[in-house]
Design a protein around this ligand. Sequence first.
Ligand code: HEM
Length: 392
Amino acid sequence: MLSQRTITLVKQSIPLLANAGVEVTEHFYQRMFAHNPELLDIFNLSNQRSGKQQFALFNALAAYATYLDQPEVLTEAIARINHKHASLSIQPHHYPIVGEHLLATLREMFVHQFTAEVEQAWAEAYAFLADLFITQEEGIYRQAEQLKGGWRGTRRFCISKIVSESELVKSFYLKPLDARPVMPFQPGQFLAIQCRIPGENHQQIRQYSLSHTSNSQFYRISVKRDNLVSGYLHRLREGDELDVMPPAGDFVLRQTHVPKVLISAGVGITPMMSMLHTLAEQAFNQPLYFLHACRNPAQQSFQAELTSAAQSLSMLTIHTWMEENGNDLVCANNHAGRIRLAPLSTSLPLEHGEFYLCGPTPFMADIKQQLIALGVDNSRILYEVFGPHESL
Ligand code: HEM
């Protein structure tokens, strides 16, 4: 347990983290990568360049400090981070490294405010949080290992099939080289791919949502071509091999018997496809809405799969929105422009339904705002952020 004095000192210094500007976060990461370059094999350097991940850590620590005496407030947020970490195979020995550079950064950047006493308090608070993370992440590793077809760390997979889903998205079917079963996953979860790209100095790890139902033979991820790793994946061929980490993630379909609304934009459709196929397999008999936005018809993925899902799910209603060239397609359920929920409000299950969101952060923030304005309770709005988590 942390002493009252420690809690007070940590809380008093929250503004240092909450208001940490770019120069502080950059100092931290530059310091850490200079002393521990092996971590460059774990962190997503594209996120580093965009600065998003840099703030995620400091914001999380500021939130942790704020609720130091009410940790239950952060249970969900911590679980989300634990799943992200576990999917990347973060290990206990990484925690003291991050802790050391965090304290050193605060000491070096806030010479007057970050006194020896405050530093001692933060060292205790960080160790407390790190222990919690390590225990919870070990729980996720162990659970994955114990499931039939489960494993820990990386496992070698072969790309058994590649399917072009649209102009930008390709699906990769992955089968383990050892030909043993693969562990089950929950619709909405993702897995991480670890690869060495020719010409790059560091190994790359990226997480991709699973886009199919859980089965014991293969996984399917569907990847949009837009950066270093996805570009590399798009150049791979059937028969090529990849290192894969076990599925993880806490954005999952609830096993409840209430209406569900799956709302996605662009490649955010991927976890929704897994949810949709799973509901079809379970012969889900409650109202189900699949609302999807994309730029234009050439970028609309999974059209044939959606049509066949509609045939097996009698309660499914599909609506699509297109920003460009969608006018030709406008009919009852095809709309031009961005998703507007108000016109559908009389049919949507606003009072009891669950709303699942996935897509770019501004898109989800907008949809969440529309849902709240229509009276949907926050607890029934679930979402997944691709990339470092940003609060909506
Ligand atoms: C992601 C917090 C320790 C590596 C994240 C995220 C948060 C976070 C908030 C974003 C999660 C999301 O996207 O939803 C923390 C906290 C830590 C901690 C509070 C300490 C108690 C570590 C350690 C490592 C690590 C020890 C390994 C050296 C990563 C990586 C990501 C990540 C690689 C993915 C994002 C990226 O690659 O840009 N962490 N973290 N974290 N964390 Fe941690």
